[in-house]
Design a protein around this ligand. Structure first.
Ligand code: SF4
Length: 538
């Protein structure tokens, strides 16, 4: 006898049962068949039915077309500067801008804002002929830009909005009403632009970098002025003919943690003091100016956590229909009934808050990237007004030590999920967070390094597999785990005899670089592997 559930049970189909399947143009046949089979299996497991014209694919997250492996041009500064000592400065590293992605949202907005500023400097007779601005997105920016709000961020930059100060409401309004027209004002000249002026162009081609853009000031159909740009990761940008800004030499040159620690120990300095001395020497800024910048970043991070906690539970943009949870996790953590879970609960809630703000496309600080932007804010907030209430100077020191960890990972491995998987984003953020906690509590350099090592070690091999290309799943919860693991790394390192640690930070960074190199390209932000394939949206 048939049970009432039998009709609802999906039948397990083989490829032969399904009859001929049209394989979409440009899609590898084997990959398509494997994917169809996997999606079918997941439908059986999850009970999510498959409907639509290409059964088994229609309900799966939209997957961008496979991208060719783009060899980075040796002309790019980002490639050249991986030699010699660390020269990165704080304002290059911690950047404020709209989420959800440092390379696909903040970078493109910095690019179009830079182009806008250049246009304002053009001679009046050239500007008199201007009728519009066109922005073309290529490579990965074109393939996955829609899920990252690249076109909205790019348009905001074109009309002269600065990434660090753009109002989240402006970007939300553009998403809700994409047909709006804005005026670009260049000197005496003004002309309209819309989202249609941001063009999703070729995904494949002979690009210098996978994230390539061109910006053109148009006079009718003629280009009056144009420039090719590259969003090279972490919100960093370059352009054709880019020359890095002139910098001073670091007072304590280092390219490894071993060298950094040697400077600290020889000169009886903390890691934070070495970083401060180098920052002053390389940037030419005073200690007061540097502290003011760190305070600005700190305020931004604190405001991001507060905004995320205050936001009512809602559904995030995109096809996943993911519900936010920061405010609920926080409310439970603060409920006296669950007092024993409070420490863990608030760290997780703060990280979710920051990460959900990123997913909303609101302001974030790259630390080191947009996807991982919930980790550091959670920890600075818990060390400060949201928890331990450490003095501001201690938290500032923490930012400096955390920056050193990020610099070294960038210098000797990567900070990009597209290059190294999620170990390079959440793993590095967690390592930075562990160093922040240790430094803010005045632990010596070896403990700072060991804390970071421990946190990074336990993210090695973590893949980047964002479902449907949106920085939400697994990214948001991953920030909570990254923050908790940072605290675990610190607890382990601060409780053991520092010299007993058998793995040093540089060794773990080398392992991350090697793992990144050998990681299958499917697990590097292409949405072609892992959760991005196994999750069935229904
Ligand atoms: S999975 Fe990790 S690396 Fe990939 S987008 Fe999400 S946070 Fe970034």
């Amino acid at each position: 006898m048939k049970s009432e559930h039998d009709d609802q049970k999906p039948s397990v189909l083989t490829m032969a049962d399904t009859g001929p399947i049209d394989i979409p143009a440009g899609v590898d046949r084997r990959a398509f068949m494997m994917r169809s089979a996997l999606v079918g299996a997941m439908s059986v497991i999850t009970g999510c039915s498959r409907t639509g014209e290409a059964e088994g694919v229609a309900q799966a997250p939209p997957v961008p077309p496979p991208l060719p492996v783009v060899q980075l041009s040796p002309e790019l500064n980002v490639v050249k500067k991986s030699k010699g000592p660390v020269m990165t400065t704080l304002d290059e590293f911690y950047k404020v801008g709209p989420g959800p992605s440092s390379s696909h949202t903040i970078g493109p907005m910095r690019i179009t804002y830079d182009f806008y500023k250049r246009c304002t400097q053009l001679p009046a007779d050239q500007l008199a002929k201007a009728t519009g601005i066109k922005v073309h997105l290529f490579g990965s920016l074109s393939a996955t830009g829609k899920g990252h709000g690249t076109e909205r961020a790019a348009l905001a930059g074109v009309i002269g909005k600065e990434p660090a100060t753009v109002e989240p409401e402006f970007l939300d309004g553009l998403a809700a009403n994409p047909d709006q027209t804005f005026q670009v004002k260049l000197g005496d000249k003004a002309f309209p632009v819309t989202l249609k002026d941001i063009v999703y162009d070729e995904t494949k081609g002979d690009f210098k970098h996978p994230n390539t853009m061109t910006c053109k000031l148009m006079g009718g159909n003629a280009s009056l002025y144009e420039l090719e740009y590259y969003s090279v990761g972490g919100g960093f940008i370059e352009w054709k003919g880019y020359e890095p800004p002139k910098k001073g030499q670091p007072k304590y040159p280092y390219a490894t943690m071993k060298e950094l620690q040697a400077h600290a120990e020889k000169n009886n300095l903390s890691i934070a003091q070495v970083v401060m001395a180098n920052e002053m020497a390389v940037s030419g800024k005073s200690e007061e100016e540097i502290n003011a910048f760190v305070d600005k970043i700190h305020n931004a991070m604190v405001n991001i956590v507060k905004a995320g906690l205050k936001a009512p539970t809602s559904t995030l943009p995109g096809p996943i229909k993911l519900k936010t949870k920061a405010s609920e996790v926080y409310a439970r953590a603060m409920d006296d009934q669950y007092e024993k879970q409070r420490g863990l609960g608030v760290v997780a809630a703060y990280a979710l808050a920051g990460s959900e703000e990123n997913a909303r496309g609101h302001l974030v600080v790259t630390a080191p990237t947009g996807g991982s932007a919930g980790v550091m804010p959670a920890l600075v907030y818990v060390l400060g007004e949201g928890g331990r209430k450490l003095p501001n100077e201690k938290i500032r020191d923490g930012y400096l030590a955390a920056a050193a960890i990020g610099y070294l990972c960038k210098h000797n491995a990567t900070l990009s999920g597209a290059e190294g998987g999620c170990q390079a984003e959440i793993g590095v953020a967690s390592a930075m967070g562990a160093a922040l906690i240790a430094q803010a509590h005045d632990f010596p350099p070896q403990v700072v390094a060991n804390s970071a090592e421990s946190a990074l070690e336990h993210h090695l091999g973590m893949t980047c597999d964002p479902v449907a290309g949106f920085v939400q799943l697994p990214c948001i919860e991953r920030c909570a785990f990254g923050a908790v693991k940072a605290w675990t790394g610190f607890m382990i390192a601060s409780n053991e005899i520092p010299t007993n640690r058998r793995v040093d930070f540089d060794t773990t960074v080398a392992a991350m670089a090697l793992t990144a190199k050998e990681m299958n390209a499917k697990y590097k932000e292409t949405s072609e592997g892992g959760l991005a394939v196994s999750v069935t949206l229904c």
